[in-house]
Design a protein around this ligand. Structure first.
Ligand code: AMP
Ligand code: MN
Length: 298
């Protein structure tokens, strides 16, 4: 699912390109998290919608994803014979595009979009600054994670100069939890498994739990981070049943464990402290696989 960085970066770049007289389309083939949806005022096309438009595009920006596998088969209609520019900050990036701008020191892809706009010499407008703030704030856990640098804060200070309403943005992003989301989190917590003297946890959300709590798939957002934040917790592995044979695995670590290295072993990717991969098997089989993985960690 696209996150605040993906969507914030798309919005800022889109608004900048349109202001500069370009015809641009945002193509995003997934559910948009509701807390970020409030910042979108422009059309978002699915790959199927976009195909119908029969646009003669000559350039595709690939925003905030590390490898083409993330697009699945959809990449074929979208990117065939086109020039591509990869704008990303994942250290597992595979440099898949014609031009690759991969800055692993950037806290968020939003920081790279900021750099691009600054490089153009054109003014930074509030309309670009707001989604860039959303991108950086969400990818840094509100400036708490180790990807936050002095430079991140200096970028943010430039965003403030455009007059963005930070308290309003933060209310929309972080003080907006629907009640059924808590119900789902409570249900999942009841099935929490702990390993290695409570320093590793395994948690999952099944389709059955969603049904039980009248919750949506995106209501599992925030759960893995809440478990990570428990005192003494070093690693959390979260399994989400997307469909009966499609299990999305999300990992979070706090200090030394590099979860991107684990994810790469399963054809996934990510960052040192946040990474993921997909398993094409039943939830029960995936749970067993991950139990062995977690149990074998030192
Ligand atoms: P998530 O757990 O979905 O919030 O993702 C955490 C980080 O890992 C994000 O930066 C994702 O882009 C990355 N990630 C998650 N799943 C995959 C995957 N299957 N392949 C590559 N990167 C992934
Ligand atoms: Mn990102």
């Amino acid at each position: 699912m696209p996150d605040g960085d993906t969507i914030g970066s798309c919005l800022a770049l889109y608004r900048f390109l349109v202001d500069e007289g370009h015809e641009a389309y945002i193509v995003l083939d997934d559910v948009i998290p509701f807390d970020v949806a409030g910042f979108i005022h422009e059309p978002i096309y699915s790959v199927a919608d976009y195909d119908v438009l029969k646009v003669e595009a000559n350039l595709v920006f690939c925003i905030d994803f590390s490898d083409l596998e993330r697009l699945g088969e959809k990449r074929i209609p979208l990117m065939a014979n086109l020039q591509t520019i990869n704008l990303d900050h994942h250290k597992t990036n595979t440099y898949y595009a014609t031009i690759n701008v991969v800055d692993t020191h950037a806290s968020a892809t939003g920081e790279i979009i900021f750099d691009l706009i600054q490089l153009s010499g054109l003014p930074l407008k509030k309309e670009y600054a707001e989604p860039i703030y959303v991108a950086i704030s969400t990818d840094t856990g509100s400036f708490k994670y180790s990807n936050t640098t002095g430079r991140t804060h200096s970028v943010i200070s430039k965003l403030y100069e455009t007059g963005i309403e930070v308290a309003d943005i933060n209310r929309t992003l972080y003080q907006n939890t629907p009640f059924h989301r808590l119900r789902l989190h409570a249900e999942a917590m009841n099935h929490l498994e702990l390993y290695h003297h409570n320093s590793c946890a395994l948690i999952y959300v099944s389709l059955e739990m969603l049904d039980l709590c009248h919750a949506l798939p995106q209501d599992s957002d925030g759960l893995v981070e809440a478990i990570r934040d428990i005192r003494g917790m070093e690693l959390v592995v979260f399994l989400k049943e997307i469909e009966p044979q499609i299990i999305k695995v999300s990992m979070r670590s706090k200090k030394t464990i590099d979860v991107s290295a684990i994810a790469l072993g399963f054809n996934g990717g990510g960052h040192k402290h946040a990474a993921g991969f997909t398993l094409n098997m039943s939830l029960a089989e995936a749970l067993n696989k991950v139990r062995i993985l977690v149990g074998n960690l030192q």
